[in-house]
Design a binder for this molecule. Sequence first.
Ligand code: SAM
Length: 245
Amino acid sequence: MRFDIVTIFTRMFDSPLAESILKRAVEAGKIEVHRHDIRDHTTDAHRSVDDTPYGGGAGMVMRPEPLVRCVESLPEAGKRCRILMTPQGETLTQDIVRELASFNQLVLICGRYEGIDERAIKLVCDRELSIGDYVLAGGEIPAMVVIDAVTRLIPGVLGNEDSVRSESFEDGLLEYPHYTRPEVFRDEKVPDVLLSGHHAEIAKWRRKEAVLRTFKRRPDMLKAADLTEEERRSLELTKPMKTAK
Ligand code: SAM
């Protein structure tokens, strides 16, 4: 997978790419991450990428010319999607992440200021994605979110492919709770079944906990989840949590 990041802050990506799974994915050649400074595509002495908005109002707007030149200068590396990170886009979900993982190249365009001139968006963006209903200062952190989420799905990136399969959202459910040593911590004991060594019972317990947890925290997800009749019936006797997700 090739990622091309279009930004005015290329160095913001230094440390996320230099640690842990992303670092190993780069070293193993599973991903390539290319950063492109929009300012390198300006033509004025000040290397300006923004200007005042037509019609007045607060803030600055990213000018179309350097951004479009920057995106158009990128090589095409197979099946490609050019994505604008914007709070006005579709909200990123695990389903969308899976879809993105099927491309060969993702171009991630990071806005700043009030946003980007609309004509540039029409010309060089195939899709608009948001990471949630809140406004950040720029698209760089959202772009990192996409890179992280997509990279984890590339075969061979995580040592254990099973860990992806059982994760939250993969089967329409949140994941079951996890425990590790010590067996007793501050008077609370690990559930007996997890110490039993009985794999079928453990799988049954985990499934039950995943269903219950999803029902309590994210009942909205259950409509699409693949539940047995018995699971649906048992949930009718339980109440979802009133607190936030
Ligand atoms: N004025 C814009 C609006 O109200 O929709 C917000 C601009 S925001 C301050 C600057 C840039 O940050 C955006 O162009 C976008 O690239 C990025 N950004 C901010 N919040 C985001 C989010 N939730 N998801 C994805 N990108 C976001």
